[in-house]
Design a protein around this ligand. Structure first.
Ligand code: NAD
Length: 436
């Protein structure tokens, strides 16, 4: 099938490359000419494991191409995906749909034969109706359907998530569109479940899923705080509840609070939509507020471990991105922790395997160094914020020898407390009392 994808970010580029790999012919367009030029030169504008090889392979096979001309891509396509950003609107937290609506208007001007227009961007319930209204008002006799097909991929595991998803959700009331979408995803059908719903339900599935996952994280973080006060272990508690199949073991890792490009903004958007619809989501509101407070409080534990002040001290930070295997810094807990440490007078030195370019633009005032051992050089304390695999097998004695202090705050419980203690660290994890 001929597919057009608008937006070559984490979702658009991965989806485009994967659809091409499934045998479709895909044209990806973006209004950012630099991104397109980079892609045409074989450079990835984002970091996602194995994406470069997949793009190279599908481009070489003649099934994936890039451009800036939306109209040209749309004219050829049977299926047109809108995969542009839907950030939080400044001021009120509603999803900013300006890019989505701009795409709808541009698509309307370019439609030729029948086409299915699919919102893959995460959008509030009812957005599909609005997109359809824009298209219909500009093309009253146009032949098209508007479908919701939310994306559930996770950065860092995006290709596998796209190819073997837990489910594919397709929201449409239009029979012809349903047949087209079914044909598009048929190559994945053997390994997953394709769920057809109404368009509005599909839009809500995405927000409800993210809110539920955020709830799990918020819950286990709250239990971690309780464990610290009760002298219990969050590992045991999480393991103990996770064995109950109604709860499940995944997404029960305590940490510094969730960040990323999706959870914070999607939860805010859900809260706003629900308020507008007169069905406020009190539980979700609490999860969002508790998470923001948590992220702000997280620097405090390092300051306390340093004796109540970090003024004039050097803090080394291991990991900056909101999770491993991505370069995405959006809403990363590292931003709040580092900002608070700087406000308290610390000097900060940091290393991240992939996130330093994005981090530099957001935090130019800290020092970036080429590896974990350089982070430790002369540091009074270390903060491990992102659980990159590379930090799992650090040479702890070597790290400790380079430092002038001994504090290690492990916000991800990545380092075994006994190994840290043996290397001479005063180690503090999340959800367990530190060793005396
Ligand atoms: P992104 O910011 O990485 O990329 C968006 C791209 O769209 C950019 O390259 C931008 O230049 C382009 N764009 C914006 N307006 C455009 C226009 N009018 N015409 C052409 N191109 C335009 O965003 P992302 O992380 O890929 O997210 C895209 C959507 O998918 C969002 O709604 C997001 O919530 C959702 N989503 C993201 C993830 C994720 O893990 N990143 C997962 C699931 C869903």
């Amino acid at each position: 099938m001929q597919v057009a994808i608008i937006g070559v970010g984490y979702v658009g580029l991965v989806s485009g490359a994967c659809f091409a790999d499934l045998g479709h012919t895909v044209r990806c367009v973006d209004r950012d000419a630099n991104r397109i030029a980079a892609l045409r030169a074989g450079r990835m504008p984002i970091y996602e494991p194995h994406l470069d090889a997949l793009v190279a392979r599908t481009v070489a096979a003649g099934r994936l191409s890039f451009g800036t001309d939306l109209a040209e891509a749309v004219r050829e396509a049977e299926v047109i995906f809108i995969a542009v950003g839907t950030p939080a609107r400044r001021g009120d937290g509603h999803a900013d749909l300006a890019h989505v609506y701009a795409c709808a208007r541009e698509i309307a001007g370019a439609l030729s034969g029948y086409a299915v227009i699919v919102t893959k961007s995460t959008v509030p319930v009812g957005t599909g109706d609005r997109v359809e209204h824009i298209l219909r008002s500009l093309r009253p006799h146009g032949s098209f359907a508007v479908v919701s097909n939310p994306e559930f991929l996770r950065e860092g595991a995006a290709i596998a998530d796209f190819k073997v998803p837990d489910r594919i959700v397709i929201g449409t009331e239009d029979e012809r569109a349903r047949t087209v979408m079914h044909a598009l995803y048929r190559p994945l059908e053997a390994g997953t479940r394709i769920l057809f719903t109404g368009r509005r339900s599909a839009e809500l599935v995405k927000y409800a899923a993210n809110a539920f996952l955020a709830l799990k994280i918020g819950f286990i973080n709250e239990m971690a705080d309780l464990c610290e006060q009760a002298d219990a272990s969050i590992h045991d508690v999480a393991h103990g509840i996770g064995l109950d199949q109604r709860i499940g073991a995944r997404f029960l890792q305590a940490g510094p609070g969730f960040g990323g490009s999706c959870f914070p903004k999607d939860i805010q958007a859900l809260i706003k939509s629900a308020q507008d619809l007169g069905a406020p989501t009190r539980i979700v509101e609490t999860v969002a507020a508790a998470n923001e407070q948590r992220k702000r409080r997280m620097a405090r534990r390092l300051i306390q471990a340093c004796g109540g002040s970090v003024r004039g001290l050097t803090v080394g930070v291991l990991g900056l991105t909101f999770k491993p295997n991505t370069d995405d810094m959006r809403e990363s807990p590292a931003l709040s922790i580092i900002t608070a440490l700087l406000d308290e007078g610390a000097e900060v030195r940091a290393y991240d395997p992939e996130g330093m370019d994005q981090a530099r633009a957001l935090m130019p005032e800290i020092t970036y160094v080429p590896d974990a051992y350089a982070v430790a050089e002369g540091a009074d304390a270390l903060a491990l914020i992102t659980e990159w695999d590379a930090f799992r097998d650090l040479d702890l004695p070597r790290l400790r020898r380079r430092m002038s202090g001994d504090v290690l705050v492990d916000y991800r419980n990545l380092i075994a407390p006994a190994a840290a203690a043996e290397a001479g660290f005063h180690h503090m994890g999340v959800g367990c009392r530190p060793a005396p």
